[in-house]
Design a protein around this ligand. Sequence first.
Ligand code: GUN
Length: 281
Amino acid sequence: MAAQIIDGKAVSAKVKEEIRQEIERDKLEIGLAVVIVGDDPASRVYVNNKKKACEVCGIKSYEYALPAETTEAQLMELIDTLNDDDKVNGILVQLPLPKHLNEEAVIARISPLKDVDAFSASNVGKIMIGNYAFLPCTPAGCIELIHSTGIDVSGKECVVIGRSNIVGKPMAMLLLHENGTVTVCHSRTKNLAEVCRRADILVAAVGRPGFVTGDMVKPGAVVIDVGINRNADGKLCGDCVFDECAKKASWITPVPGGVGPMTIAMLMKNTVMAKRIQTAK
Ligand code: GUN
């Protein structure tokens, strides 16, 4: 039996439409600053997609495209200016940054009230204790996609492959908040395939094409593929061997058209939340 496809484009369009209606109804004036440093082509695509989503939702986007040689002091100065600008409710610094810039320090400089990626230590800490305003965009998008299948996470075996700060770790935390039994796998995990085969919900966030093969998927599992890679032919693909995994899973996300659009929809949600918390003060 072939898996049903989880249509991230459709789910994200619905979320964005709800946001658009909310902004129109409440006559909200919302601004998102999008900062990109250097000319990484993938980052350029993501930033363009984020700006397009702003337009769809009725959020004003302000792009700051800085040259790769930008110094940390210059970037910090821009962030300080944006922190003080009332028209800017959210600040997003597209990662990765060029190597000479310290990502952790740059993220720490963003006001926690405008940190719509939820990357800063204080926002990550809030996620840990379950008391948060901003959900991390990619993991929150994955949760929405799981919900869209009608499957309840509570009590399920959940396996997350990957332990990055922006996906694997917060993903594990959100699944835990939903009462999943969560295992996080990484490069030192022994018997990875065996651990993955236990998963009712398998989340792949490795960043390597073809990493998850059909034999790693439990029959009937929900497979969420967070990977955005290019294969040898330059074609966009996820971490999962789609055809093999789709034969075993009950539900699976495609790449493209799965998690990617959801990340952006969740960013829009956080930007509205930023406006709300800034004006409630
Ligand atoms: N680079 C890869 N994913 C993301 C993301 O969600 N936000 C930002 N700012 N950079 C990224």
